[in-house]
Design a protein around this ligand. Structure first.
Ligand SMILES: C[S@@+](CC[C@H](N)C(=O)[O-])C[C@H]1O[C@@H](n2cnc3c(N)ncnc32)[C@H](O)[C@@H]1O
Length: 251
């Protein structure tokens, strides 16, 4: 399936989780939001729709076609919002983003930031193509064999977040990095192992109450009898604090 086609139910579901975290943890004004690396997805739009968002959202992505898509899609969900697209890498976007803002949101972007840096132009040139998943899987298998490159790239991604958190005053940060479907297939673990290490380092920059977040995440958007909850697939993965960064930066 093309990278451009989203599973709408999944977009809605992850959007529900973001909305719940925004409601229970952020609790403040919702005027200026920054989102990093949405891809051809709209989970954050689903989340902000629950608050009838009328503020400004800065969306940062290196791919211009993604941003064209986002501009249109987010306008459908958030007709009264102001959508500002920033076509830069995260590490180069700082001057385009306000120094103070209410919410930083990003869903499942750390893996893409790592592999995009490794693949350089091959990533953005192929994103949206039908064979993108194969190209991506091969790149992860190759990166998985190169310990020096793994540490160089993950340190670089971590440092970009550290610098961003030092320079910006952000009321609440909410980022996810749950296990991907690829992780559960064919014992393909390179992507999630490398990503998890990087995500956990970034997480240490944030004051986070994991126990409270787990309480907040214990809810059932699909209904309590959904088999994914019985198998604990969702409660151990998308709805588990270990796969989220939620809070403020360490002072
Ligand atoms: C597949 S999407 C991420 C997942 C998506 N947010 C979701 O909810 O499923 C990855 C996006 O990250 C963008 N990207 C990769 N590295 C980036 C970077 N360093 N800065 C900004 N965007 C980046 C890519 O262009 C792509 O659109």
């Amino acid at each position: 399936m093309s990278e451009k086609i989203a599973d709408d139910e999944w977009e809605w579901y992850i959007g529900k989780i973001f909305a719940r975290l925004i409601e229970k943890v952020h609790n403040g004004k919702l005027e200026t939001v920054v989102e990093i690396a949405p891809g051809y997805r709209y989970k954050i739009a689903y989340a902000l729709k629950e608050f009838n968002f009328k503020g400004t959202i800065y969306v940062v992505d290196t791919n211009i076609d993604v941003l064209d898509y986002i501009k249109e899609k987010y306008k459908e969900f958030l007709p009264q919002s102001n959508i500002i697209c920033v076509n830069k890498t995260f590490e180069n976007c700082f001057e385009d983003i306000p120094n103070e803002f209410d919410l930083l949101l990003s869903n499942h972007s750390i893996d893409d930031m790592i592999i995009a840096e490794y693949m350089e132009k091959t990533y953005t040139n192929n994103l949206g193509n039908d064979n993108f998943k194969n190209i991506l899987s091969n790149a992860w298998l190759n990166l998985g064999k190169d310990k020096n490159m793994i540490s160089e790239i993950t340190n670089h991604v971590y440092s970009s977040f550290k610098k961003f958190f030092n320079e910006k005053k952000i009321e609440t940060i909410i980022m996810s990095q749950y296990k991907s479907n690829l992780y559960f297939k064919d014992k393909f673990t390179e992507m999630d192992e490398i990503t998890e290490n990087c995500f956990n380092k970034i997480k240490q920059l944030i004051q986070m109450d994991n126990e409270n977040i787990n309480k907040i995440l214990k809810f059932y958007p699909f209904g309590e009898d959904d088999e994914r909850y019985n198998g604990r697939y969702l409660l151990d993965n998308t709805q588990n604090a270990k796969n989220w960064i939620v809070g403020k930066t360490e002072i």
